[in-house]
Each structure stands twice: as C-alpha cells, then as structure tokens.
Ligand binder design. Structure first.
Ligand code: FAD
Length: 420
C-alpha cells in the first residue's frame, strides 16, 4: 500500500521503519528535523547533547529497549548521579548525591534525622497509595485528594513525589494536582524503578545520545522523508483513498495515512472527521513548553550537589511545594565530557542571564487530565477506520515506550489489513 506517515517523532519514525519496505511509505515532518521531542543539539563546543528526552528506565520500556537492540544501540547508566531538589527561596534542599564530594559539600545536613525519615516515608506512602488504587478508592479522585489521603505525602516526601511526576509528565504541579490520581499511580507502578534507589542502575541513557537511534531509524527510510512538510488538510474518500493537500496546493494520493503527530493536530488536519475522531482526538489539550539550553549556574546549588536531574522549586504559603523546573545537568549524559557545563531547563522558573543562553525551543506535550485519560483505552478503535491510523505517546503514559508500542500496533494492523 502507499502510506503517508504524518509526524517524524519516535512514533512516526518507528511506524515508518516497520512498514517500509513492504509498503511504499512517505514520512511528512513539519519541522526541518526528525526526532520530535528526542532533541539533539550540537553545542558551540561541538558536543551533541540531549536537551529533552534523555532517560529510560529498564522496567517500563520493554519495546523501546527491543528496538534499541535491533539497531545494536548501547545504553549506559548515568554514573554518580541521582536527583537533587533545591529550594530557590531558602537555598537549601534534598541532595541525593552518590559521591564523596557531594556528601562533604552537604556536611552533616545530609544526615539530619528528619531528612532521612522523610526519604524513608516515600516508599511507605507509595505502597499505601497503590493499595488505595487497587481497591478502587482513587477512582475519580485528583492527585490533590490522594495527597490528603496518604499521611506520608507531606514535606520533603511530597516535594520528591511531585517533582518526579513533573519530570515524568512535563506537566506543572498545578496541573498535576488536578489530574486523575489513578492514572498517575498506574504510571508510577509501570515505571517503578524511576522513583526508587533502583534508578541508579536501572534508568539509563543512550551511550551516544538519542540521535543515535533517531538517525538509525531515519537511515532505514532514507529517501522517504519530507522535511518542512506543510500539510493543509487530509481528505479521505471511500473510492480514492487518502489525499494530502499541502499549503502550496500540491496534492499527494495515498491508500492509508498514519497520524503520528499530536492528537489535536491530527484533528485539525482531518477534512471531515468522524464523530469518534472528534470525540477521542478532541479530548486532548497540549502544552507548549519552553526548554532552554544555557550555562547559567547562578540559581543552582554548588556543582557537587547538582545531579542529572535537579529540580529548582518554590513553596507556596502553606509551606508545600508549589512549582518547579526540571533541569538536566548535561555533563551527566554519557556522551558529554566532564568539562561540559550546560544545563537544559524545562519551564525555567528562575532568572536566566540572556548572555548565557545558547539555544531555546518550544516542545509540545499532551496534558493528562480527566477528559484526556478517559480516551486512552478507546483510541486504538480509531485505527483502520476511513483509511486512517494513529499513534503517539498519548496512547499511553506520554513516554517513548508508549509512542513505540502504539507505532508497532499500527504497523501490525496495517499489515493485517493489507493481507485481507
Ligand atoms: C523536555 C522533555 C523531556 C522528555 N524526556 C523524556 C525522557 O527522558 N524519556 C521519555 O520516554 N520521554 C520523555 N519525554 C516525553 C516525549 O515527549 C515522548 O517520550 C516522545 O518523544 C513523544 O514522541 P511522539 O512521536 O509521540 O511525539 P513527538 O516527539 O511530539 O513527535 C511529533 C512529531 O510530529 C511533528 N508534527 C506536528 N505537527 C505536524 C504536522 N502538521 N505535519 C507533520 N508533522 C507534524 C512534530 O514536529 C514532531 O516531530 C520528554 C518530553 C519533553 C518535552
């Protein structure tokens, strides 16, 4: 079949790679690069760093790791690194350092009984929360309500939990508090290694950076990728299949189309969506998040306390965490030299010296709220209707594994349809 794939993130690349060359595939990507949120950037020093997607826990990414194995792409632990949580107002925090210099920089503060106690409460609180989920007591409840139900989820424990959920969802704390508790606990159950000491060896990065697999996938479909593709509409008809109408007026005819772009974009492109498409795709809101590559350490704790992920947070009047940025310290990436001093800050909530900003961009991510997560189980039924298929991270928990799994499902369904 002639198949158009719309979107060149990990979902679109995986779908196109799996469908080619049995089918005649063309991948249309709106921007001038493939990879979507797997964003490699070559710094002035000539190092290719990952400014967005970077880490994958072994527990929750079986299909993604299989794909890496297919290409012989190696992963590595982030040595000597865990997470730090730094209060921007008090210049103090929780620094989960694994090195002697990190320990010495904190001094006796690291051993304060209240700190150790707070850390020990996290697994107890999580176990209690998972029991509540399993017994159905969290159905219809928000994360704010869950926090009130679990006595362990206060103080430092709450700070750690919410910061990690910001990392895992690209959502803000305000958005998370109103989000469905059950969904996020299911996500934490699936990605259980991220929020435990197991993370030290189980959460891994790509040895040569994410562009290693992005390039490997793109190379397999070389000559079949159109960058800078400006699609105006996708028109479907029972007899003529699918037509992509470009902004230039050009048209391209296909038998099938795979939408691997955000759900809201797919809906906008569709000339006459079905009721189901309107309802299921229309449930998704997206967030345009600022991501800044910079070398400004002014708001950070001393370098010995900075970890691969360092959260810079502020508390609200009730003394609980109210907002945070998620900051990647890029010298922990396996491909970066120790001399690297770049940070990648997602939604910076602190002042940045403009002279120390090297690059910034806006990345789109789905918002997981009560309306959108209700569609997750229903989305696969759109596949195969009116010559259209859908995939992307919004089919699951919003991570690479979800994008890959949904793309593999699309490739399988297209093949099955082609055989009939
Ligand atoms: C800062 C940040 C860090 C993250 N870190 C991680 C991480 O460490 N691990 C992890 O698993 N996940 C992480 N994620 C989540 C990440 O978004 C998903 O894992 C995954 O990359 C999403 O893939 P996708 O293919 O579904 O969508 P995207 O990557 O968003 O790809 C969609 C593609 O469609 C293209 N497109 C949009 N509109 C059109 C159009 N009209 N025509 C053609 N093309 C179009 C876009 O340009 C884009 O290339 C992170 C996200 C962000 C923002």
């Amino acid at each position: 079949m002639k198949i158009a794939v719309v979107g060149g993130g990990i979902a679109g690349l995986t779908a196109a790679y799996r469908l080619h060359p049995r089918h005649e595939v063309t991948l249309f990507e709106k921007s001038r690069r493939v990879g979507g949120n797997a964003y490699g950037y070559r710094t002035r020093d000539g190092v290719e760093v990952d400014i967005a997607v970077a880490a994958f826990g072994r527990a929750g990414y079986p299909n993604f790791y299989k794909l890496l194995d297919e290409f012989g792409i190696e992963t590595a632990m982030c040595p000597n690194s865990f997470m730090s949580f730094h209060d921007l107002d008090t210049n103090s925090g929780i620094y989960m350092t694994t090195t002697l210099s990190g320990f010495l920089t904190q001094g006796l503060a690291a051993l304060k009984p209240s700190k150790v106690w707070n850390l020990a409460r996290l697994p107890v609180g999580l176990a209690r929360a998972q029991k509540l989920r399993e017994s159905g007591q969290l159905d219809g409840k928000t994360l704010r309500e869950l926090l009130a139900m679990v006595p362990e989820f206060t103080g430092d424990t709450r700070t750690i939990l919410l910061c990690v959920m910001c990392l895992l969802s690209s959502m803000s704390i305000a958005e998370l508090l109103d989000a469905p508790a059950r969904f996020f606990l299911e996500k934490l159950a699936c990605h259980h290694d991220v929020i435990s000491p197991k993370a030290l060896y189980s959460v891994r990065a790509i040895k040569k950076g994410t562009q290693a697999y992005v390039r490997a996938l793109a190379n397999r479909i070389e000559g079949h990728i159109r960058l800078g593709a400006d699609i105006r509409a996708v028109v479907r008809s029972a007899k003529e299949g699918v037509t992509l109408v470009m902004e230039s007026g050009e048209t391209h005819a296909f038998d099938r189309v795979v939408f691997a772009c955000p759900a809201d974009t797919a809906l906008k492109l569709l000339d006459s969506p079905t009721d189901d498409e309107r309802r299921l795709l229309g449930a998704w809101r997206y967030k345009d998040g600022r991501v800044v590559l910079h070398r400004d350490p002014a708001s950070f704790p001393p370098r010995a306390l900075v970890q691969a992920y360092t959260y810079l947070y502020r508390k609200g009047p009730d003394g609980e965490i109210a907002e945070t940025s998620v900051n990647g310290a890029l010298w922990f990436e396996p491909q970066a030299p120790d001399t690297c001093d770049y940070f990648s800050s997602q939604y910076p909530n602190f002042d940045l010296n403009p002279a120390l900003i090297e690059f910034e961009t806006v990345l789109r991510t789905p918002v997981f709220d009560f309306t959108s997560v209700e569609t997750t189980k229903l989305l696969p039924r759109l596949n195969g209707v009116r010559g259209s298929y859908y995939c992307g991270s919004y089919f699951g928990f919003g991570l690479h594994e979800d994008a890959v799994t949904s793309a593999l499902a699309v490739a399988k369904a297209v093949d099955a349809e082609a055989r009939t």
